[in-house]
Design a protein around this ligand. Structure first.
Ligand code: GLN
Length: 293
């Protein structure tokens, strides 16, 4: 069987099991089996697989068919143009979370951001993406999960930012040693009753997904703690789930009556990031800040 035939068959198997992006996923699994990049795969499409490779490939396809996410099978996921190591102890970075990074870099364009804290860093994707673009910043990345911090450490080394990021174990803002210019977080926000029992998300760590009965338990707690850990002109960026932006905005408005608060939709039009900046004149300067027109 050629690489092309293997890809086609795998795509059919995955698609008939209701797996989205079956072509891309088949390609990632085949590349992982053969340890080759995309260009090599396309150059070699007519080549025959040796039986051992074929066996290994179908084994991976079977795992994917049973629901295991491709990122856990391959141990890799791309985020903000970088390749991250991922494993079952961490949430797989999602494309929509790149919006958090974009917003953070946008803020850093308009005011000094010398200290940053990412809360619940998981594999470290957000903190590391920021470290690569803000090489002068001192970045703290916290997580309550020791296995997650281990994976984040490995990714910090992989991307050469181990000296820029201090990884801290602990709950929410507790481990932060100082107030920071920017707090950024993709906290667990799935309603407990909506946690999936099947499909790829069911393979991911509950601690990274479970936001309590209304999904907002962790986010509200962080909002309440934030005033003690934000620098005078500090900003807070939170990823939220579909339909949660209004409640989070209201919560922040109550806690920070004079701050500038904005909501930004993701590429699917879902209100995804709630941002708060403590300086009122920041809002005057950029009235439409955070709102895509
Ligand atoms: N976006 C994730 C999902 O539902 C949830 C991540 C989170 O809780 N922060 O797949």
């Amino acid at each position: 069987m050629t690489l092309k035939q293997a890809l086609e068959q795998a795509r059919e198997i995955l698609a008939s099991n209701d797996i989205e992006d079956a072509s891309l996923e088949s390609e990632l699994l085949l590349r992982h089996t053969l340890k080759i990049d995309r260009v090599r795969l396309y150059l070699d499409l007519g080549r025959e697989l040796i039986p051992k490779q074929e066996e290994a490939f179908w084994h991976l396809v079977a795992r994917r068919r049973k629901g295991e996410p491709t990122a856990y099978i391959t141990g890799h996921r791309e985020f903000y143009g970088l390749d991250f190591h991922v494993a079952p102890g961490v949430l797989i970075p999602r494309p929509e979370s790149e919006l958090l990074v974009e917003k953070a870099l946008d803020i850093a364009h308009h005011q000094p951001v010398t200290t940053v804290a990412e809360i619940g860093t998981g594999c470290g994707a957000i903190a590391i993406s920021l470290a690569r673009h803000l090489p002068e910043a001192r970045i703290y990345a916290t997580d309550i999960s020791a296995p997650a911090l281990k994976i984040a450490r490995r990714n910090c080394r992989k991307h050469g930012v181990a000296d820029n990021i201090r990884l801290l174990a602990g709950d929410m803002l507790d481990p932060l040693p100082e107030p920071v210019d920017l707090i950024i977080a993709n906290l667990p926000y799935v309603k407990a009753s909506e946690l999936p029992h099947t499909g790829p998300v069911s393979f991911e760590p509950i601690v990274a997904l479970d936001g309590g009965p209304a999904g907002l338990e962790k986010i509200r707690r962080l909002c309440r703690q934030a005033s003690g850990k934000l620098a005078p002109r500090g900003c807070l960026l939170l990823e939220v789930g579909q339909g949660q932006a209004a409640a989070v905005t209201a919560c922040l408005r109550g806690l920070f009556p004079s701050a500038a608060i904005a909501v930004t939709p993701d590429l699917s039009g879902i209100e995804r990031v709630v941002s708060l900046c403590l300086t009122p004149d920041y809002l005057d300067a950029r009235l439409a800040y955070g709102i895509r027109s």
